[in-house]
Write a protein that binds this ligand. Structure first.
Ligand SMILES: [Zn+2]
Length: 116
């Protein structure tokens, strides 16, 4: 399968990239996470098993992952604060970044149910 091969290549690539970074070590302070770098992407994507964490669609070159900030702070790019989403699901939460989680969920539900 094409997709599996792609995932293998991506895994290998990210693994190599990750080992490049790992030597730097250090404490996970927020300054280090100003940007969502490849290493953070790797961690989040691996955790999400390369699927959208909302609708479970598999990421491909055509479906690029977007990253939602779980606690709403766009400056907090620690992997634990990031959720891998497809662009469709990201659109639903994008506007709600910085809004409390319950309101966010309610907004998503509203949109989902109003779509019909
Ligand atoms: Zn999705």
């Amino acid at each position: 399968m094409n997709q599996n091969r792609l995932e293998e290549n991506l895994n290998e690539y990210l693994h190599n990239l990750g080992s490049m970074f790992s030597s730097s070590g250090g404490n996970p302070d927020l300054k280090k996470y100003k940007q969502i770098d490849m290493r953070i992407r790797q961690t989040v994507l691996e955790r999400a098993k390369y699927r959208c964490q909302t609708c479970s669609i598999k990421f491909t070159p055509n479906i690029q992952p977007k990253f939602q900030h779980v606690n709403g702070s766009i400056k907090d790019n620690r992997p634990v604060n990031l959720k891998a989403l497809c662009s469709t699901c990201f659109k639903l939460v994008e506007k709600n970044e910085r809004v409390d989680p319950l309101t966010r969920v309610q907004n998503i539900m509203k949109k989902v149910f109003n779509k019909k």
